[in-house]
Design a protein around this ligand. Sequence first.
Ligand SMILES: Nc1ncnc2c1ncn2[C@@H]1O[C@H](COP(=O)(O)OP(=O)(O)O)[C@@H](O)[C@H]1O
Ligand SMILES: [Mg+2]
Length: 550
Amino acid sequence: MKPLSLIRDAVRAKEILTVLVRYGFSNLLEQVNAPTGWISKIVQREQVPFNIWQRIRMVCEDLGPTAVKLGQLLSTQPDVIPEPLIEEFKLLQHRVNPLPFSDIHNVLEEELGTKLGTLFSEIEGVSIGSGSIAQVHRARIRETGQWVALKIQRPGVIKALRTDLDILSWLAREVHEHVEHLRPYNLPSVVDMLKNAILRETDFTIEANNTRNFNQSNPYKEWVFAPKVYLEWSSSRLLVTDYIEGKSPSHIEEIDTGNRARLATHGGISVFHQIIIKGFFHADPHPGNIIITPEGKICLIDWGLVGQLTRHMRYALADMLTALKSKDAERITRVALSMGKDAKPLDNDHLEMQVARVMARYPDLDVGKIGKVIMELIHVLGVNGISLSRDYTLLAKSILSIEQTGNALDPEFDIGAVAKPFLEQLAFERINPLLRWKEVVRNLHNGIFKLNELPADINRLIHRIERGEITVNMQHTGLEKLSETLNSTSNRLMLAIIIGSLIIGSSMIITTGVAPLFLGFPVIGIVGYLLSIFLGLWIVFDILRHGRHK
Ligand SMILES: Nc1ncnc2c1ncn2[C@@H]1O[C@H](COP(=O)(O)OP(=O)(O)O)[C@@H](O)[C@H]1O
Ligand SMILES: [Mg+2]
């Protein structure tokens, strides 16, 4: 294991440990190999008056932007993160202070490859939004007069992320090794998964492509859209999109009351179309990523985190939503198992009982509860050793976000009703003979295409036979047993011959009377006899133990 002293940034490691101790996690650190000198010097706040979930969230806040990002991402992992902690992590969304514009000016010019003044006639120094990885500034294109949003990465953020992630990997491995009750959560693999997810989010070209992808396959353009992306100015550290004027649903009082229910429904329709029909969806449609335009359209921004579902995953999801409606724990467990990567629960009955317990807590599943139930079910699966593909967990997060945003807009918003027509469309797709027929034709087409190549293949084969190039590799199954039997039989025979020789040799020596003598008989002869008796008994014992054929 990599000792802490070898980790690149020991100063940062000390900061992290300090914050952990300050919020009452010294017990945990005492169980891992953290340098004890460090911990004893850190003064712990007297009796931290918060519960464990609040304290974990505060640790993230104190550790700065990278830990905040981590917390936000962890809120998409209901399989390993309990629901109350997910709720705490959601509070992390809007709390990062922006850097002064002078600090990011150079990064902007570096990424654009030119002076800002040549492209933009105005740039606002005050950020209009700042997250853990980037901050956003408004600018006006000199040539067209169009306002754009410049989403620019904070300088040094990737290096800081890597350092924090390295330290976190170390901490996760230590905790995994030394703290038994946290072992089922397999923290090292969670950190590994997060590492990949975070590093993907730091590449804005992925976000640019996702945004364009959505716009190209969105059939509800009159209700919902994503901002236009300026690919020619965007890079891995800078994303340039149209600035979208409007209000966020997080300031619900600013949204026209007469419009709220319609907005909730349209947002829900778009998200369920993305999930169920397209299998490509915005994984975090929370109010901070939604802008309601003055014309009453919904703009979805921040496409850094998306989920993708294959056709089979979409079918499994449909089965799950139907099973949830039936509230039948056995059926829900069965579908859940079919979704799992490692579908062997530690204890099937125990899992089913836990599923039943979750369902019992939500007797009325209709309004505002589906996202929560799915998150809890995924958690139950996770602690029972069944891991789901990350896209399923993103999906749960997406459903939860849209359900909560929808309910904030309209307390009557019912995602079950919004999802229904899409589920029906999917069910139809599954049984539709026309679509099935299309699949058959596609397979046939592939088959015929292969048939086309058959004469050439046969020709090649005949030539190789003629040239004597064909070798046949045959492996007879079951011969291993025969060879084992032969081995053990010949060993026994050898032993029997040795015993026989020992007896004959000893008998000859006994009659010679050569010294040394014991009870009047030569000692060598006696030893020979004893040895042959011992070996003989051993053979008999071996035959009785393994049967005659082994
Ligand atoms: N195209 C845009 N038009 C208007 N506001 C935007 C735009 N892009 C970002 N913002 C503002 O900046 C904030 C942060 O941007 P976002 O892409 O969500 O970054 P993060 O990944 O840090 O959440 C948003 O909540 C929004 O207020
Ligand atoms: Mg955002």
